[in-house]
Design a protein around this ligand. Sequence first.
Ligand SMILES: NC(=O)c1ccc[n+]([C@@H]2O[C@H](COP(=O)([O-])OP(=O)(O)OC[C@H]3O[C@@H](n4cnc5c(N)ncnc54)[C@H](OP(=O)(O)O)[C@@H]3O)[C@@H](O)[C@H]2O)c1
Length: 253
Amino acid sequence: MTSRQIALVTGASRGLGRSTALALAHRGVRVVVTYREDAQGADDTVRVITGAGGDALAMPLDIGDVDSFAAFGAELVEQLRARWNTENLDILVNNAGIGIFAPLAEVTTATFDAVVNTNFRGTFFLVQALVPHIPAGGRIINVSTSLTRHASPGTSVYSASKAALEVLTRSLAIELGARGIRINAVAPGPSATDFNGGAMRDAPELRNNLAAQTALGRVGEPDEIGDAIAALASDDMRWVTAERIEVSGGSLI
Ligand SMILES: NC(=O)c1ccc[n+]([C@@H]2O[C@H](COP(=O)([O-])OP(=O)(O)OC[C@H]3O[C@@H](n4cnc5c(N)ncnc54)[C@H](OP(=O)(O)O)[C@@H]3O)[C@@H](O)[C@H]2O)c1
């Protein structure tokens, strides 16, 4: 991977998106850090990258607002031209996502739509909007979850939205493969971030229960997911497409 490559990571203001942005930057990739509302978090991500000698910029992007993607694409091209004299992206990491966990009877149309619109619909249309800017050799990574492989109460809508993303990944691998673009899904296991109210990080009982379900005996740290995504994005993995790679420390095997 050369220092000329450019990645866009959605939801990189914190958590796994931030760790992915940092891991890519560590490998010499320039990064467009997008965020929904946490501008300060995105600026912090940029600051850490530039402080370590890397190059990054931050842009707002609500993945649930598909109607904004055309304007976002135009602004992105402006930024890429002004900053790095290009209109192209080499790597797109679709990390932004939400989890709303509730049993069947408590799922509302509002929560259902929020999860599906963010995790699946928004990601689909963002790929559609940005793929004209991804040349041959480009790669796309969709962030899924280990919950598409094993079941857990109250996770139906979240898991199904991510399962849809995985099927999308395989389907698009055929369409995009013809253009020399590879696309894969990374499926993290429980990881210590703000996700689900920070439960995997801050709720000792849940954390210990989840840790006991993994072969390696703990929940994941954000850097362990970011490094895996950056590795999958690297040229060392250039013959890998249409795959789902789980990064869960061997959860519920
Ligand atoms: N943590 C885990 O245990 C775990 C396990 C499996 C999969 N995952 C998946 O990994 C991804 C990242 O999770 P995380 O743990 O890093 O979560 P997190 O700490 O809650 O961070 C979520 C990130 O997504 C952004 N985001 C949320 N809704 C958005 C929207 N509508 N448009 C744009 N950005 C949006 C947030 O932006 P703001 O900061 O601006 O709100 C934030 O940067 C998600 O797709 C999640 O489903 C997480």
